[in-house]
Design a protein around this ligand. Structure first.
Ligand code: ADE
Ligand code: ZN
Length: 374
């Protein structure tokens, strides 16, 4: 009996978990464990929008189904689309009503990240989803920070917060938020972000220019969702108007060669989340995802989950699938781990320590970008 010689080599998830790494594009709102969500619904006597066992099958719940946004002419199978997905996050976060509940969500996030071998996260928090905290956003941040503090004391993943505006918020509101957050010196808030549905909101670069300018002047980092449901325009605006240091998603930059060159020249890293893009119908399937082309073009890429619990995945599962689909070797994955630490907004000492630990575990890692792109 003969075997085909070119079978893709499956990299065991245990090996991936063992790599010290960071995750830089992950939403707290998309990281609620099913068990915690059911408990919160019970505590608040709130009815579930669908059966408990399939609560994360969002497209099957009438309350959240909406047409998927696609670039390739087709939706991911059964996708609720980005709009329905974001509405589900509103429902989930609306169940968090006390400081204790918020702290518990933060602690559980850190524990979940640790279980994937993630040592540091820039976690995106968008308070507009947490509807019982409107007007009390600083209290929410404080409660979450308490949970992250406890997690760190217990040796779990270290998390800092990227405070995210929603694309549909107004310019003045956004500026007021930045002034409040920086004025309060909210601990663990290291960056300003903007997320939400670019396609629904339209082009919003000008609207948020001053808020991001204030953030930069106050020493906050900047990371911007763009090039997901919008095309390359959103990425241009993020660079030209919002002083973005990183782009969340950014995958549709591949449609514009001049933009690709700009990302390479300025060494802007893209926080790519292939499973999320397929789940939300941005691309029809993993093989249609442009991750290999982005790498071949020489763009710095990190590989992330976006909303892991809600999408029923883990970082190690997504890295294993990416390796299988795109032919990444173990050295490539070590390179992704290195890139994740380098791209993170962790302080210099922590980044240096994590990189040293990675070398201890994996040897001197190779760059995941193909040699010809260097
Ligand atoms: N918030 C949570 N997940 C998101 C996504 N994929 N795009 C925009 N905003 C989000
Ligand atoms: Zn995201």
């Amino acid at each position: 009996m003969s075997f085909p010689s070119a079978l893709p080599v499956r990299i065991d998830e245990t090996e991936i978990r063992a790599l010290p790494k960071a995750e830089v594009h992950v939403h707290l709102e998309g990281s609620f464990a099913l068990v915690d969500l059911l408990e919160l619904a019970k505590q608040n006597r709130v009815a579930l929008p669908g059966p408990a066992a399939t609560l994360f099958d969002i497209s099957t719940h009438d309350a959240f189904s909406s047409p998927a946004v696609t670039t390739g002419g087709g939706a991911g199978a059964g996708s609720a689309g980005l709009t329905g997905f974001l509405r589900f996050l509103d429902w989930q976060c609306g169940l968090v009503r006390t400081r204790e509940q918020a702290a518990r969500v933060a602690y559980a996030f850190a524990a979940r990240q640790s279980a994937s071998g993630i040592r540091y996260s820039d976690v995106i928090v968008n308070p507009t989803h947490w509807n019982t905290w409107h007007g009390r956003e600083l209290d929410l941040l404080d409660a979450l920070t308490g949970g992250f503090d406890d997690a760190q004391s217990d040796g779990l993943c270290i998390a800092n917060i990227a405070y995210s505006l929603l694309r549909t918020q107004g310019a003045t509101e956004a500026e007021d938020i930045v002034r409040a957050v920086t004025g309060a010196r909210a601990r663990r808030v290291v960056a300003l972000s903007v997320d939400g549905d670019e396609k629904v909101a339209g082009r919003t670069g000008e609207r948020f220019r001053d808020a991001f300018g204030l953030a930069a002047a106050s020493g906050l980092h900047r990371t911007v969702h763009a090039g997901e449901s919008s095309g390359p325009d959103g990425v241009w605006d993020a660079l030209d108007l919002l002083q973005a240091e990183r782009i969340d998603h950014g995958v549709r930059a591949i449609e514009d060669p001049a933009l690709v060159q700009r990302l390479v020249d300025e060494d802007i890293s893209l926080g790519v989340c292939p499973r999320s893009n397929v789940t939300l119908g941005i691309y029809r399937s993993w093989p249609e995802h442009p991750l290999p082309q982005l790498l071949a073009a020489g763009i710095r890429v990190t590989l992330n989950t976006d909303d892991p619990a809600t999408m029923g995945t883990t970082l190690e599962a997504d890295w294993a699938v990416a390796a299988e689909q795109f032919g990444f070797t173990r050295d490539d994955l070590v390179g992704f781990a290195r890139r994740s630490i380098e791209a993170s907004f962790a302080d210099d000492d922590l980044r240096r320590d994590l990189l040293a630990e990675l070398v201890d575990v994996a040897g001197s890692p190779e760059d995941p970008r193909p040699a010809e792109a260097e």
